[in-house]
Structures are given as C-alpha cells and as structure tokens.
Design a protein around this ligand. Sequence first.
Ligand code: ZN
Length: 283
Amino acid sequence: MPELPEVEVVRRGLEEFVVGRRIDTVEVLHPRAIRRHEAGAADFIARLTGATIDGARRRGKYLWLPIGDDALLAHLGMSGQLLVGPADAPLSPHVRVRMTFADGGPDLRFTDQRTFGHLLVSADGARLPSVIAHIAPDPLEDAFDMAWFTARLRSRQTGIKRALLDQSLVSGIGNIYADEALWRVKLHYARAADRLRSGQVAALMEAVTDVFAEALKDGGTSFDSLYVDVNGDSGYFDRSLNVYGRAGEPCRRCGALIRRDSFMNRSSFTCPVCQPRPRNGRW
Ligand SMILES: [Zn+2]
C-alpha cells in the first residue's frame, strides 16, 4: 500500500507533467473509481472538462489537484496508479478514469487493479478538500506542529505505533515507515505513548522524517510492484528497509533475528534485542 513517500513521488510527477494543462475529455470507465463523488459520473465529468489544473498538493496519503476554487482529490488505496503517458497507447484493463488534454500531449490514467482507490471533485477544495479536513497535517507539511503533536501523543493511553498510525494525530505514516522509524530509535511498537519523554518523541519524529526523505530519494518502496510513479517506474527503497519484511533475517545493528508479530490485522517487525517488548504493555 502506498505511504507518504510513494504518494509524494506521484505528486511530484503530476506537478511536472499535468500542472498548467487544460483537460479536454474525461472518461469514467468504472463507476467504482468515483463512488465517493456523490453527484455521480456526469457531474464528475462536467466539473473537470475544460478546466485547467493549477497545482498538485498532498496531505498524508491524499493528493489533490486544485482547479480554480475546486479540486480533483485522489486516494490511491491499495493499488491505485496515476499514470501519464502517450495518449494513443492502448488502455490496460485496469484503467478506471482517463483524461485527455487540450494540448494533445500525454494523457492521465487512473489505473487501479484492486479498486480500493478513488477520485472525487471537491467543491471549494483547492486549499484543502473538506473531506480530508479532519486529517492531521503530515510531518513534512509546514502546518505540522511538533508541540501540539507531542502533547496530544502523550495524552493517549495507547501503544506508540497505534498512535503513529492514527490519522487524527499525524497523517501519512503507515505500517512500513512506522516500523522503520521505531527501529531507528530503538522503541518497541507497544511502548506506552503517555510514558514517552518529549525527547523520545522528538527523536522518533526525526527518524520518521529521515526515513521519508531517504525513501523519496529512492522513488519510494514498491513492495508488491503495484506502486509506481507517473511514468510507471518502481521505487527501490525496499532494498534499504531495516526491519519491515525482514522476519528471520539478522538485525543490521546487532545481528539478532528480526521478528514479525500480528498487529492490527497486519504485521509489526522489530529487533527483539534493540527494541525489547515492554513488560505488561506499560513502560
Ligand atoms: Zn538489533
């Protein structure tokens, strides 16, 4: 599933290849892709046709393209891709929405094999689409407030990883990068959020932004080959992961074998020596 760095790679691609261009035609090839656009396909198409894309923005794992006062909002879900390519290239069976541009150049295709992603037009959403206004800023945004985040985090009676994944506290951190950041600062995912010192929280968030920056440099993590940039290329940060997906392999710091635990219907990967489990879940 794409996380913040992967979505940021896509945003940068959209900024380079579609911003400033005028949409000529819009085709909705699968209604599920626009299921969250409540006014339906005809309205979705009417709002976009003839409009010029003014920018490419992101909060957490959401992307939006401001169009006048409105915005085209995208969430990639598990397998969504926004691909820019030759307008005459054959359509893959997974293309859900296609847009052509008035300049006759490369088109934009929303491709989504598993159809968990979606697009919608948010009225007056250019600055921040209302459907994502409840999501907290992500750690790369100027709007991210470390003091606010630290205070809120330390008031939570929960494990640190659950708090990191809570989009009302901080957005954009998913399973892969939470595990990587926790390993870097030697914290177990079940450590009690309300018992962390503010210095530990600061170090953890520095690790989050470091791992994001490194992943961005490598084009993101293409763990299941479904995540690609706008040109269809995979990222290769998976080669640099220290714990995620490495169960049974030696810790790169101490040599102990990485373990995998079930966690919120997914997995958590830790080094049992660098990140000892808290006793009684409280520490
Ligand atoms: Zn270790």
